[in-house]
Design a protein around this ligand. Structure first.
Ligand SMILES: Cc1cc2nc3c(=O)[nH]c(=O)nc-3n(C[C@H](O)[C@H](O)[C@H](O)COP(=O)(O)OP(=O)(O)OC[C@H]3O[C@@H](n4cnc5c(N)ncnc54)[C@H](O)[C@@H]3O)c2cc1C
Length: 421
């Protein structure tokens, strides 16, 4: 049997703490790290731009030894004739089907590495997954952790295997990404992590909800693509409970989708709501032209940066589903189009939480955008950063510019509010 191992990389694009990669290197003479660009999974320009930067960085860190191909994973893997295929376990529906197809080609060895506590590793008595966060958090906090792996560097590809050229965005048929999006790669991810541990972790508790502060880690895109190991982040941040709790939310969403694969399309808890169809209102929301400054600021941040502050995600999502009565699936799809960290599990679980069809024990909760804005953007700095029409207004008016009257609003070039609050 061939002693060649293919390490099929998916959303684990790093050299640090990589159980599948480390185990393959320990056990095989020939190791082929492989990434397959599959058109069915490519996604939007923002995520693909980040992915291409990440692959270039990973290739450099591996001393050039990263094979990149376009096609279907099973077919590319088969053409490399491995004795074994190493993967980081993926519990999404596509990942499970892919693993099944790989089993017909070679021995498949699946490893942890995508979550801190893998889906299914902790379960409640009498159930296959946790439906409410707090009991999950308690079980998760007590779960056993594996040891961190030592980093892998500079591999050599077997003779006759060409690494392949990385395509450009245009070659993949994609347009321009958001100008202010984060830069991809493990190197950048580790820089962001180190900066957060040094300057951000201690003040995270008090600044994480302040819209204008850079008070959160900014790690979500790097966790989404596995440029940093979630376990390594949790170990490094141990003691920062408020932050570690957020990492636990990520695992909570992953185990939710593993147990309920239709999370991205079907209500987790059906509520028989009749959604409104209103293309104009939906377009205004997408474009950041609802006339509610804090909502518009969030939606414009998303478009400009491919990222949005968590508090803004909550209140823009709540505005769409609870005030405009528009189906959460449309909001989910728009976020998916632009978010660099866009992840089916986290995106859908959070949309459903906000819509009241998910795991929120208070499904009728509504975020009042004005109260939220006054509390989390008291000086109006966040609104002013993303809504230049309101740049000159003082903190009293910036969140409720309609108080100035229709004529003044028209002079500012800013729309009146879409709905009364
Ligand atoms: C409607 C909606 C959609 C969302 N869609 C996504 C998504 O597609 N991808 C995504 O990673 N996050 C999503 N989130 C969660 C959250 O907003 C982002 O993870 C967070 O804003 C990322 O910024 P950060 O890395 O600075 O977060 P930090 O506050 O520094 O948190 C650290 C990490 O914890 C995880 N995390 C934090 N909050 C959550 C949460 N509520 N659910 C799941 N994981 C969390 C993320 O991996 C994050 O990087 C969504 C939230 C809402 C309300």
């Amino acid at each position: 049997m061939s002693d060649r191992a293919v390490v099929l990389l998916t959303r684990d694009l790093r050299t640090h703490d990589h159980p599948a990669l480390s185990s393959a290197v320990d056990a095989h003479d020939e190791v082929v790290p492989l990434f397959v660009l599959d058109d069915r999974l490519l996604g939007s320009a923002n995520r693909v731009a980040f992915l291409l930067e990440t692959l270039a960085d990973l290739r450099e860190r591996l001393g050039g030894a990263l094979v990149v191909r376009r096609g279907r994973a099973e077919e590319v893997v088969a053409s490399l004739r491995p004795g074994a295929v190493y993967v980081s376990g993926d519990t999404g529906p596509f990942g499970l089907r892919r693993e099944q197809a790989l089993r017909a080609i070679a021995r498949v060895r699946a490893f942890p590495g995508t979550a801190i506590v893998e889906p299914g590793a902790v379960t409640p008595a009498g159930g296959d997954h946790y439906r409410v966060f707090t009991p999950y958090w308690h079980a998760w906090s007590g779960a056993e952790r594996r040891a961190l792996e030592t980093p892998v560097r500079d591999l050599e590809l077997p003779d006759g295997i060409d690494a392949g050229r990385l395509p450009t965005l245009a070659e993949l048929g994609l347009g321009e990404p958001s100008p202010g999006r984060p830069r991809g790669g493990e190197t950048e991810g580790r820089r962001v992590l180190a900066g957060f541990l040094e300057n951000g972790l201690e003040r995270y508790k008090n600044s994480r909800d302040v819209l204008a502060a850079e008070g959160t880690s900014g790690l979500s895109p790097y966790l989404r693509f596995g440029c940093v190991s979630p376990l390594e982040v949790a170990v490094a941040a141990a003691g920062g409970e408020d932050f570690v709790r957020q990492l636990c939310w990520r695992d909570f969403c992953l185990q939710l989708r593993a147990a309920f694969p239709r999370l991205t399309s079907d209500d987790y808890r059906p509520r028989a709501r009749a959604w409104r169809v209103d293309d104009d209102a939906f377009d205004a929301w997408r474009s950041g032209l609802t006339g509610i400054p804090v909502v518009d600021a969030g939606m414009r941040q998303l478009r400009r940066e491919g990222w949005m502050h968590n508090r803004a995600r909550l209140l823009t999502a709540s505005f769409l589903v609870k005030r405009l009565g528009i189906d959460w699936r449309l909001g989910f799809a728009h976020f998916d189009e632009l978010l660099v960290d866009g992840d089916p599990a986290s995106n859908a679980a959070n949309w459903q939480w906000v819509a009241g069809t998910g795991t929120d024990p208070r499904p009728n909760r509504v975020f009042n955008p004005i109260r939220q804005a006054r509390r989390f953007d008291p000086e109006g700095a966040y609104v002013r950063r993303f809504v230049p029409e309101l740049h000159e207004l003082d903190p009293r008016d910036v969140h409720e510019p309609w108080r100035l009257g229709r004529t003044a609003l028209a002079e500012l070039g800013y729309p009146p509010p879409l709905v009364e609050l």
